[in-house]
Design a protein around this ligand. Structure first.
Ligand code: HEC
Ligand code: HEC
Ligand code: HEC
Ligand code: HEC
Length: 383
């Protein structure tokens, strides 16, 4: 090798290693998630991991209060969802909510000087809906959140509005007749990929029946073509949603899939099943709770199409495979993992079975339905 060639080669080598070092320092770590040789592993940069750990510390719980004492429903004037708590527990939760939602503004972010009982501020009414939404997540969606549970802090982290929310995205203006199919817009939601820019409106909001017709299963399941009619365009929608999943949880596709067969549940990790339940939980949160607040939210709390700011995977996860890295916060606030409407005890009648007519829906109501009734009544009364 001639000297100048040698020099050129070393210079090129030095330059390329410099460039590479710029990409990925310190060297990434990998954790094996599936069988050996199938490439199911999680690749992470230790630097980003350290930052994730720092961002996911849980605040110290509010000091416990002595058990017993009168119920909030018996002492206060207008408690519609937390009436079943003792006054001590109620106050403790109010203090916690203030720390989680409005640490700077204090109690008056939701309340007015005239009295705590008034529903003057929309924020108080949103907080009431959010309380039931949080309880419902813990009571009904154990298949997703069981283990760690959810509190207001999971999403809010000391902010009035959680850091990651979304509203229907109209895309960018374009010349009439140009079909962009929501592409080449580099939206945050699709993790800046050139995929449809808003997969959330169809997949994480639409009603359960309509959602069944969306392109979910797109891959062929046989080696040779045998009638799979999914188009490339349809496929791009689910890929866009998948970019959102990976990005929100800070994981690779292999956290949930074996990439040799994306469709195959047998070869997927248990996390994919958790995610499947998560899709349904999020859709319920948006349809049954967040969208119910739409009528009385101020305009600055709505998206460009006039819909409320909604929940997606990043709202809770915020870049971690489990929100707050799996820390269980709700164990210190057990009143957020049960429904707490004070239901007045009915006098027990003898032969109650016979006394109650079969078509009396009131008797068949689940606690959840009673809670929803209360909220609905609340939401139709004006200030
Ligand atoms: C994030 C909103 C929010 C914050 C902040 C907040 N509250 Fe509340 N507060 C509510 C909601 C919602 C209710 C109604 C609960 C229900 O309907 O069961 C309520 C009800 C009350 C009531 C019952 C009033 C009555 O007579 O009906 C009291 C007392 C109260 N809060 C005190 C406080 C105090 C003290 C603070 C500050 C330490 C505080 N709240 C901070 C949302 C909030
Ligand atoms: C799953 C995520 C999630 C959880 C859990 C959650 N919130 Fe929210 N919160 C949101 C989203 C999304 C919005 C914006 C939508 C809206 O205003 O209806 C919001 C808005 C609010 C607002 C309105 C603030 C403003 O400035 O407009 C209040 C108040 C609030 N939440 C209180 C609570 C309380 C209290 C809890 C716990 C009992 C709670 N939230 C739990 C996601 C969440
Ligand atoms: C957090 C778990 C999770 C992650 C991460 C994830 N997926 Fe998925 N993926 C799912 C779930 C759940 C479904 C099934 C949805 C359904 O059919 O109800 C799915 C479905 C798919 C499908 C359709 C399979 C079929 O039957 O046709 C493809 C393709 C896919 N994912 C690709 C990807 C790619 C590419 C990535 C990385 C960018 C990725 N996924 C990341 C959970 C995940
Ligand atoms: C209301 C908050 C919340 C939302 C919204 C949410 N998750 Fe989760 N998720 C959790 C909690 C809490 C856990 C941890 C449960 C545990 O400790 O077992 C979890 C766990 C998971 C896991 C299991 C991780 C593992 O490695 O075991 C996956 C996968 C997951 N979520 C995917 C999703 C996807 C995909 C979405 C959006 C469709 C989503 N989550 C939305 C709260 C949420």
């Amino acid at each position: 090798m001639k000297t100048h060639q040698y020099l050129r080669a070393t210079a090129a080598l030095a330059l390329s290693s410099l460039l590479l070092a710029g990409c990925e320092a310190p060297p990434p770590e990998t954790v094996q998630l599936g069988y050996r040789g199938v490439g199911q592993e999680q690749v992470a940069n230790p630097k980003t991991l350290a930052a994730t750990v720092a961002e996911n510390q849980v605040p110290a719980p509010q000091p416990a209060v002595p058990a017993g004492g009168p119920k909030a429903a018996d002492v206060y004037e207008n408690v519609q969802v937390l009436g079943d708590l003792s006054v001590g527990e109620f106050t403790r939760l109010m203090v916690a909510m203030t720390e989680w939602i409005s640490p700077e503004e204090g109690c008056n972010y939701c309340h007015v000087d005239e009295g705590f009982q008034y529903d003057t501020k929309y924020t108080k009414r949103v907080a009431r809906v959010m309380t039931v939404m949080t309880q419902a997540a813990n009571v009904e969606w154990g298949a997703h959140v069981g283990g760690a549970g959810v509190t207001c802090y999971t999403c809010h982290r000391g902010k009035n509005i959680p850091a990651n929310v979304w509203a229907t995205d109209p895309g960018q203006p374009h010349a009439p007749g140009v079909m962009t199919a929501g592409q080449n817009i580099a939206s945050v939601t699709a993790a800046y990929s050139s995929l449809p820019n808003d997969p959330l409106t169809p997949y994480l909001e639409g009603d359960e029946e309509e959602a069944k017709n969306l392109p979910w299963r797109v891959a062929g399941t046989t080696a040779l073509p045998s009638g799979n009619r999914s188009s490339v365009k349809q496929t791009e929608w689910i890929y866009s949603l998948m970019m959102h999943f990976s990005d929100s949880l800070g994981v690779n596709c292999t956290h949930c899939h074996n990439t040799r067969a994306f469709y195959d549940w047998e070869q997927s990790s248990p996390a994919r099943v958790t995610a499947w339940h998560g899709i349904r939980m999020v859709r319920e949160m948006n349809n049954d709770y967040v969208n119910e607040t739409a009528d009385w939210l101020p305009d600055h709390r709505k998206g460009p199409m006039g819909d409320p700011l909604k929940v997606n995977c990043a709202t809770c996860h915020q870049g971690a495979y489990k929100p707050l890295l799996g820390a269980n916060m709700v164990q210190d606030y057990p009143n957020l993992s049960r429904y707490t409407v004070a239901v007045k005890a009915e006098p027990v009648e003898e032969n109650a079975q016979e006394a109650a007519p079969m078509d009396d829906v009131e008797n068949g109501d689940t606690l959840r339905e009673q809670v929803e009734q209360v909220i609905e009544e609340e939401m139709t009364t004006s200030e």
